[in-house]
Design a protein around this ligand. Sequence first.
Ligand code: ADP
Ligand code: ASP
Ligand code: MG
Length: 402
Amino acid sequence: MLKKILKFGGTSVGTIERIQHVAKIIKKEYDFGNKVIAIVSAMSGKTNELIKMSKSIDEEFDKRELDVLLSSGEQVTAALLAGALKRLNVKAKSWLNWQVPILTEGKHFNSRIVNARTNEIDNFLNEGIAIIPGFQGISKNGDITTIGRGGSDATAVALAKIFKTDSCEIYTDVDGVYSSDPNKIPVAKKIEKISYDEMLELSSLGAKVMQPSAVQTSMIYKIPLEVRSTFTDRKGTRIFDHENLDYSKSVTGVAYSKDDAKLTIIGVEDKPGVAANLFEPLNDAQINVDMVIQNISSDEKTTDITFTIKRVDLLKTKKILEKNQNIKYKKITHNDKVSKVSIVGAGMVSTPGVTYKMFKGLAESKINILAISTSEIKLSVIINEENTLKAVKKLHTIFDLD
Ligand code: ADP
Ligand code: ASP
Ligand code: MG
């Protein structure tokens, strides 16, 4: 007998029929003698719909009330799934965030789970299935909090740790982690097993099949994950700390995201302290700067500095720069029609020439590189957004992933 967390994402519970199908998957585990805690997402599209409703009242809708609103999506699914299981004559019960309770710390809309009470649910698992809404908890002062978009993955991993389960299975609408998004790159291949590090890079760089903070928690606490399909029985992808990494391929996957923007400050004074003066107020405003490029100054007096930030921070960043009295410059330009395309692979460390191969491939496809950043196991470039899929396909091919 195993104690398992099974997490079902939005598409997996997107209709009543799908919720009934999920109930059958859970019943199978139950009939097998396993103890199941099911973590559920809101039905697909629901969270976006709720956000839209809040914005129609106020673009800057109160964050406390937003969390109350958004948490309702997952609560609906939890109750429907409990009902569907009872209909199959399986004992089941849903627990809302405050009933467990799941305790969180941090800001509204961006909290993290720190603990949960386990005894009541653990007792119930001797008789039936426990169902818990993902993506939420309550804060120390009793307010409902949500834990970031895609956060039901993080709920699954956190509760796998807290409830000390034997496994944590992420059921979704694809049958595993692929070398690139299989819905956009049909030649992408399923990855049988992948290390935490590589998965963390892939998901942070846009592969939304797993939420980055969930991968990070699983890496810290060594909680193995399996990503698998709600709609087929095929074996999924195992994410774990395997030491026998496959270094035969330099690149494991190609990811992309379209949520960056690029800013260039033209004609900044070229003297010590300018970059610090430039980035200090951005740091104070908690704006995350990703890539930075400083051109070599041609007249030794002025230079151009380019950097990238999240697209949602663009207006705020421009305002801060324009208000900054500590820097002198000619003008600021920006481009928010850019994307970030990245290759990820533990094998990159030991394979020379990966950078050259990537740049050559993009050049062959006549794709201009606007900014570059590297780490041990990833290489990212900023390019014009219209070239995104062309670049991903080219890189997928030249690194033998098709
Ligand atoms: P869920 O609602 O189950 O949490 P998500 O929509 O968050 O599911 O994640 C699954 C989606 O992730 C897939 O439908 C797929 O389009 C996308 N995806 C992006 N990159 C990858 C990848 N490398 N491998 C698998 N899926 C990916
Ligand atoms: N419903 C939430 C979202 O759409 C959380 C999740 O689905 O994981 O972001
Ligand atoms: Mg998800």
